[in-house]
Unconditional design. Structure first.
Length: 420
């Protein structure tokens, strides 16, 4: 049936921005957005949003992230013809990992190159993500922001193991060491999270750690609450740069304005079980336990051999389950992952506005000290508008005006840097 007067993209307002930052010589981030353009495409594969943060010398990181953002949407579209979105997306990321790994092995300059990959699907069944690394996916609903992705970083892995709490992370533990990425190894373990229900007004953000390392969750939520997606991506990138911009910064913001109709779709796979990547530790443990069982039997330690045999069977069962269970059959109603993580309340109040006011004052002092040729008349006008809004307790408008002041200052600073 024809679909007149329906623009499937119009249900989601989205904007993207990728910036080199202030201290890097090239941009190793990549991003991509693929919007469904028909009811069939919406029902089968939804809208796709992806951010990748590359790593490696000699432009290897830039190549790795671009390869990921090129390969994942294409493979996902092909696989979604016969597989439900969770399996199709996992296969797409695993395929991208294989491509990047092969390219790295073939060229000494690219050896060991890698990239993070964070993908959000907006589907009739809800929001689904696939994730490797420490680029992030957030959802803002009302005054609550939640991280939908789990950081594959040393710090987060230590917190997940119960060895320390978030407020106990010592300063000497690097926050940028990641434990998982696409490319360095032939196989990769992909986290699938969701699906979570989607409601009109929900705002999703994907970003590289160039943003999340400089702007905290509450500030991200305040910007998303106060600006349109097109404005929000600029304000967030400018804020990260004004705080030093030590890394590349990539941001995608997608705001849901409505839930489009879709044909009834069930998440039933083709029935072909596909092997999922398993962490090498599982195979090592299985081998050790199996060998121990044999050696204990040969030593006639039958009681210990029986116990070790049971451990081997349990480990084998867990490994098999991780590899194959849930990979075929009907996945309708199945929930993946343990997220959301670290929910925060977003309070746009006097305390937040006062914090922004102090930061804008610091920007003024720094610019004057550096003798930048700033259009102070316009900057002071924005600052005064923000102050007036704060005095009448219109805190959302105050946040907007301070955001405009920060973006204006960043524009002026960029102009000074380019002249030098």
């Amino acid at each position: 049936m024809a679909e007149p007067n329906v623009t499937w993209e119009s249900y989601v307002e989205q904007a993207t921005l990728s910036d080199i930052g202030l201290r890097r010589s090239n941009n190793q981030d990549s991003l991509t957005v693929v919007m469904a353009k028909s009811g069939d495409a919406w029902g089968r594969r939804g809208h796709l949003f992806m951010v990748a943060d590359g790593m490696g010398a000699h432009a290897a990181g830039e190549l790795a992230s671009k390869m990921a953002c090129d390969a994942v949407p294409l493979t996902y579209e092909k696989e979604s013809q016969s597989e439900p979105p969770p399996l199709a997306l996992r296969k797409a990321i695993e395929d991208a990992n294989g491509r990047i790994h092969s390219r790295g092995q073939a060229n000494l300059d690219f050896r060991g190159m890698g990239t993070t990959a964070s993908v959000l699907l907006l589907l009739p069944q809800g929001a689904l993500i696939a994730h490797v690394g420490d680029s992030r996916v957030y959802r803002l609903r009302g005054n609550r922001i939640e991280q939908l992705s789990f950081d594959h970083s040393l710090v987060w892995e230590m917190m997940a193991s119960g060895k320390l709490r978030e407020d106990e992370v010592p300063g000497y533990i690097p926050k940028n060491i990641i434990t998982r990425s696409l490319g360095p190894a032939a196989h990769v373990e992909v986290d699938i999270e969701g699906p979570w229900p989607v409601a009109p007004g929900d705002t999703f953000l994907l970003c590289s750690d160039g943003l999340s390392g400089q702007v905290n969750d509450e500030e991200i939520g305040a910007v998303l609450s106060s600006f349109s997606p097109a404005e929000a991506v600029h304000v967030l990138v400018d804020l990260a740069n004004l705080r030093g911009g030590p890394d590349n910064i990539s941001v995608i913001v997608a705001r849901v304005s409505g839930i489009p109709p879709a044909p009834t779709v069930t998440w039933a796979s083709s029935g072909k079980a596909s092997r999922r990547s398993i962490h090498p530790a599982f195979w090592v443990a299985l081998g050790v336990f199996g060998l121990s069982t044999v050696l204990l039997g040969l030593a006639r330690q039958f009681s210990l051999a029986a116990v070790m045999g049971l451990v081997t069977l349990v480990t084998g069962g867990v490994t098999w389950a991780r590899a194959f269970v849930g990979q075929s059959g009907n996945l309708d109603g199945q929930r993946f992952g343990r997220g959301p993580y670290h929910p925060r309340n977003v309070l746009i109040n006097n305390e937040l506005v006062d914090k922004l006011a102090k930061f804008v004052a610091q920007l003024r002092e720094a610019a004057m000290e550096a003798k930048y040729a700033v259009d102070w008349s316009h900057f002071n006008h924005l600052d005064a508008r923000a102050l007036a809004a704060a005095e009448r307790k219109d805190y959302v408008t105050a946040v907007r005006e301070y955001g405009h002041a920060m973006s204006f200052m960043m524009k002026e600073i960029r102009g000074q840097r380019q002249k030098k």
